[in-house]
Ligand binder design. Sequence first.
Ligand code: ZN
Ligand code: ZN
Length: 272
Amino acid sequence: MSAERPAPARPPADRDRSAAPPPAAADGAPSAPPRPAAGRARALLRRAGAELLAALAPPACLACRAPLRADDAPLCAGCRRELPWLRDPRCPRCGLPAPCPAPCPAGDAAFAAAWAPLAHDGPARALVAALKFRGALPVADLMAAQIAAGAPPALLAGRALVPVPAHPARRRARGFDQAALIAAALARRSGRPLAPCLRRGGPATRQLGASRAARLARGRLRVAAAGPVPPRALLVDDVHTTGATLDACARALRAAGAVEVAAVAYARALPR
Ligand SMILES: [Zn+2]
Ligand SMILES: [Zn+2]
């Protein structure tokens, strides 16, 4: 894959293989919101520390930590073979392999179509975690390359790319917004315009670990348009789980005048 770049090596302390976030790290919802300046300073320090350790540690596979050869980055050959590509046919509405569970989980969603190249499992899950929780920023371009290479042409044609917005508190704590990075890389690769027109409000609730019912409770996610929205929009996110976040974003876009909304994510969570 020509899109791959040398993997940033990981600090030795950061060797967990699970996709779960470290308990008190970037994704932990703080009991009291940090002051923005303090949050930014912490994010900068964390980034500087990771870069320093990356310069000292040998390059390792982002999924299994095996040492990497120069042409392997960012996944070793074994993990690349194990990437859980989703195959056609699949349901055009919810993006799950066809036939999707009846009724289709996206049957009443505000987005008309959804697609992802990979299942949210194995090395794909590890890449999502490496970007989101460990700040492996070059992974965003790899994800965009894999989306651009496989997405049905009609999904991208004539649409502007709208990143699913992170909560401002989360973006401050991490120092970046993974969906915005993937969308920007996808815009570069596809030539489609970028339209970061959505903003998240309300409390910084967590999707990860929340019950399915809680995630699906409509109104839990406060998303609104903060500027002109494109008539035809393609939402971009790292993971499509229940679709509740994508639905809230699509509703906000349609309420602000979008005519048609579709969604793309790097990884699709399969029902258990
Ligand atoms: Zn590996
Ligand atoms: Zn479906």
